[in-house]
Design a protein around this ligand. Structure first.
Ligand code: ADP
Ligand code: ZN
Ligand code: ZN
Length: 803
């Protein structure tokens, strides 16, 4: 008896344990751990993952069901991934099925077709398989789905004669190129040559040429040009059997243009020192985490590139993570220009099919380097030599939905599995990482100078309160206006940054002060000029701007606040001659628009690049000499204990965009609180003093990295039920956790209603609590089924990125 343990995907009613299924006779030789299967579950057939194969089961013989379908012959999940999923499950308190699914491209959950491709000559295949490949080199898998065939298929796959691939068929996405394959037998070609009429000179010539290229494959167009023949002549020779057309599928190419090759630069002493240490741990297989702290422009990326080179020399693979927002073509091009075809990219800008193709290249070992956003940390390589997280302080490395993992933790787990280094790089490391480096948990590597020895830009802080006193009500201070004017005269480029978090345009009644709110959520709607609509950024609800106030019917209703669109308007009024490019969520909705805007700016088609967070990082343009920050304080006043840290990081990052090459840079920061330490120290680009100061604050207030946090959220459509169960949860936690753990709450969440669900939360602060995860598991075990019936949702977020 052969039995598979299967984790099933029943999202409506998640049950977090494997189920046993009998493996039918015909699947027994084919099935492996990590394969996807279809299994009967209740009245339905659902998707599942095989996590174990065994010889016995405790399920009675008359109760056990059989697998209904085997979806993969090559497992989609490696044994490493299966282990990682178990770790994620306890570490982030999630369902195992969520942990398994997060590692795979969505295409593997969608519709696809399986295809079998021939890798050798037909004659070398087992006899039974040969007929399938007489006419084509790619055959739909369905053709083989009968007794016996699958076993032969599997053997041929093992012998590398065939390969089975899952193909996502998406209209317009699969590209096929037509190729011509010359007949493999010289005798056949000679025979044909003897049979054709002497007058068909062109055909004769073509055949003679073919006899020098027996069995070779050419692009259709190349053959025609190389032999100077017409398609009609070739067609005739093909009909005689001298050659055949073959279709070759090419991977969807996520890169729209070629990049120039670059070679390694001569490193500075600081870079060299850092590289040495990293290389040492690659070569000696040491799982060590490095914190590469280097100021903006210090050449961290060059260090990554050369470390990867070492890794490839050792025959290993590299995983590079960059925050989604800085995954600009500029960034990926730097890796492609060094490693060319060996690079795959993974980010949300790719189509489902493209993502799947990139994943397959990694899975099949066709590439060696992946550059991607958070989820690329799961790239299915089998021999990783280095993990790199650029801008390691970015909060986007933490996933907000289950499984609520941090890419840094996953990278470190995997690096222990592969015995290889992890590089965390940043100009402004997270407090957590820097604290660990100070305790020697991570190895600190420092780059104090810019690679090209340029000085850091000069930073001026403008007190906006004085502007107001002097009667300047515009969002541009006099110094900024002056600075922009001189740059326009000198034809130098500028970046204007609007720190827009929590500070977008809203519509308010001037008579009664009512702000138009979302119907489903407890949050004001944001005004979008492009389609004159109000939109909820939490649930997507949209409505027209009301003509009169919904509260008092006054028609003095208008929008307030500073969006990029409004800044752009004011800017063009002040400088009608300036060419402005705007980059924000609205102008980058369509695929490739991000790329287009940056390319236009790089080519000098505009003087000013105006944007949000999106332009804070990764940009490297030589001609930028001015960076203006319109409102430094907006992120400072968010109700989040990390707000000072985030402000400091953001200001340092944007400032780093100026004066990166020959021309010196200037930065102007506008603020209403110039005395705040985050702003003062960002002005000086003083990381360590900021670190010391902020650590002191965190210590006083009992926040990370001195304490750990866990955020528990309970929601329901009925506010009474939500609050009642929040209280129940807190009572349970109080009676099960130790006394030195502080439990704050329950309180209404900062946005107390989202999508019509009322949200309550409690915050747990602790230094050591070995019992924590077990307590949550108990809580979930005790209440889950009852709560699911009642519609209560409970989420636990360990180390939340904000509270
Ligand atoms: P960071 O990633 O630390 O912000 P970059 O890697 O983008 O820094 O480097 C900044 C600039 O310096 C880039 O234009 C890069 O090509 C250049 N650079 C980096 N290292 C060197 C070096 N060793 N020699 C010459 N130029 C370098
Ligand atoms: Zn009103
Ligand atoms: Zn909403």
């Amino acid at each position: 008896m052969k039995v598979a343990e299967v984790i099933v995907d029943v999202s409506a009613y998640p049950i977090d344990r494997p189920f046993d299924y009998l493996i039918p006779e015909e699947m027994q030789e084919l099935i492996e751990m990590g394969c996807r299967v279809k299994v009967p579950f209740g009245p339905r057939n659902v998707l599942g993952f095989v996590t174990e194969i065994k010889d016995t089961t405790e399920v009675p013989v008359d109760k056990i069901k059989s697998l209904s379908q085997l979806l993969d012959i090559t497992p989609v999940l490696t044994t490493e991934m299966l282990k990682l999923a178990k770790w994620l499950k306890t570490e982030t308190i999630c369902y195992e099925i969520d942990a398994l699914q997060v590692m795979l491209p969505s295409a593997l959950r969608a519709k696809y077709e399986k295809q079998v491709s021939l890798l050798t000559d037909v004659e070398q295949l087992p006899i039974l398989l040969q007929p399938y490949f007489q006419r084509a080199t790619k055959v739909n898998y369905k053709a083989f789905e009968k007794d016996g065939m699958l076993h032969d298929l599997k053997r041929a796959v093992k012998d590398k004669q065939l390969v089975i691939e899952n193909i996502v068929k998406q209209k317009g996405n699969i590209k096929e190129i037509r190729k011509v394959k010359i007949n493999e037998s010289i005798e056949t070609l000679q025979k044909i040559l003897g049979n054709i009429s002497k007058r068909a000179r062109k055909q004769q010539q073509l055949l003679q040429w073919m006899m020098n290229h027996v069995g070779e494959v050419f692009d259709l167009q190349d053959i025609l040009t190389d032999t100077n023949t017409s398609q009609a002549v070739l067609q005739a020779v093909i009909e005689y059997g001298g050659a055949e057309f073959v279709q070759e599928e090419v991977y969807r190419d996520p890169f729209s243009k070629e990049v120039k090759k670059t070679i390694s630069l001569n490193l500075t002493d600081e870079q060299e020192n850092a590289l040495q240490k990293i290389t040492n741990s690659i070569k000696n297989r040491i799982s060590e985490t490095f914190l590469l702290h280097g100021i903006t422009g210090s050449g961290k990326t060059e260090v990554y590139l050369q470390a990867i080179e070492q890794c490839l020399l050792e025959g290993k693979e590299a995983i590079v993570l960059v925050p989604e927002i800085s995954l600009t073509p500029q960034m990926t091009d730097r890796f492609r220009s060094r490693f060319g075809e060996l690079v795959a990219v993974m980010h949300s800008g790719l189509s489902v099919g493209e993502k799947y193709d990139e994943w397959r290249k990694i899975h099949e070992g066709k590439v060696k380097v992946v550059v991607g956003a958070r989820s690329a940390v799961f790239a299915p390589f089998r021999n990783v030599g280095i993990f790199i997280l650029d801008e390691e302080h970015e909060s986007t490395y933490k996933q907000e939905d289950a499984p609520r993992y941090h890419a840094r933790d996953v990278a470190i787990w995997r690096s222990e599995y592969y015995q290889c280094p992890v590089i965390l790089g940043s100009a402004t490391p997270s407090l957590e990482s820097f604290a660990r480096a100070k305790k020697n948990v991570y190895t600190l590597l420092t780059l104090k100078e810019r690679a090209l020895k340029q000085s850091l830009p000069t930073v001026h802080v403008v007190d906006m309160r004085n502007e107001l006193k002097n009667g300047n009500r515009s969002m541009f201070s006099e110094s900024l206006v002056e600075a922009i004017r001189t740059r326009l005269e000198k034809k130098e480029q500028m970046v204007l940054f609007l720190n827009r978090r929590g500070y977008s345009s809203f519509v308010m009644c001037r008579d009664c002060g009512t702000v138009v709110q979302c119907e489903n959520c407890d949050i004001s709607l944001t005004y979008h000029r492009s389609n004159e609509k109000l939109k909820c950024h939490y649930c997507g609800y949209e409505q027209r701007v009301p003509k009169t106030c919904p509260q008092c019917q006054s028609d003095h209703i208008r929008y307030f606040g500073t969006g990029t669109q409004k800044v752009e308007e004011e800017l063009t009024k002040l400088f009608p001659e300036a060419k402005v490019l705007r980059m924000d969520v609205d102008t980058t909705k369509t695929k490739g628009s991000h790329e287009e805007i940056l390319e236009a700016f790089g080519k000098g088609h505009a003087d000013i690049l105006l944007g949000t967070q999106m332009i804070a990082k990764g940009l490297d343009f030589p001609n930028i000499t001015l960076v203006g920050v319109l409102s430094a304080d907006t992120s400072l006043h968010l109700p989040d204990f990390r707000s000072a840290e985030k402000t400091f990081q953001l200001l340092t990052q944007v400032s780093g965009r100026a004066g990166r090459h020959q021309l010196p840079g200037e930065v102007i920061i506008q603020t209403y609180t110039p005395e705040h330490y985050a702003i003062e120290l960002a002005k000086e680009q003083q990381y360590e003093p900021f670190y010391e100061r902020e650590m002191w604050m965190r210590h006083q207030a009992g926040y990370p990295p001195y304490y750990y946090l866990a955020l528990v959220q309970i929601s329901h459509e009925d506010i009474m039920l939500a609050s009642e169960y929040a209280q129940k949860t807190v009572d349970f936690l109080r009676s099960n956790l130790s006394f030195n753990v502080s439990i704050i709450g329950p309180t209404a969440s900062s946005i107390s209603r989202v999508q019509n669900r009322y949200r309550y939360q409690c915050l747990i602060k602790y230094k050591v609590e070995p019992n924590l995860i077990e307590t949550f598991i108990q809580l979930i075990k005790l209440y889950r089924s009852d709560w699911i019936k009642k519609g209560i949702l409970l989420t636990v977020d360990l180390n939340p990125s904000s509270i």
